[in-house]
Design a protein around this ligand. Structure first.
Ligand SMILES: [Zn+2]
Ligand SMILES: [Zn+2]
Length: 69
């Protein structure tokens, strides 16, 4: 799988390192960001957060959109 953003910029053939959790497009290391995500579950007495952080892989456009608020 090749990076969608690289393909749009004529940098064809850059291998993707992951798939964006939001839009589902493949992205390379230059066009994606790996974020720390907290995992929480509802246990009746309100949400509890896992002590270990999870990972979330998003492409640059989705990351920018999420930070635009
Ligand atoms: Zn790329
Ligand atoms: Zn995305």
């Amino acid at each position: 799988m090749t990076c969608y953003d690289c393909t749009q910029q004529d940098r064809t053939g850059t291998p993707a390192v992951g798939v964006c959790a939001r839009c589902g497009l493949a992205a390379c290391q230059d066009h994606a960001r790996v974020l720390v995500a907290q995992v929480s579950q509802s246990h009746g007495l309100g949400p509890s957060t896992a002590p270990i952080a999870a990972r979330r892989f998003v492409c640059h456009p989705c990351d920018t959109a999420e930070r635009a608020y």
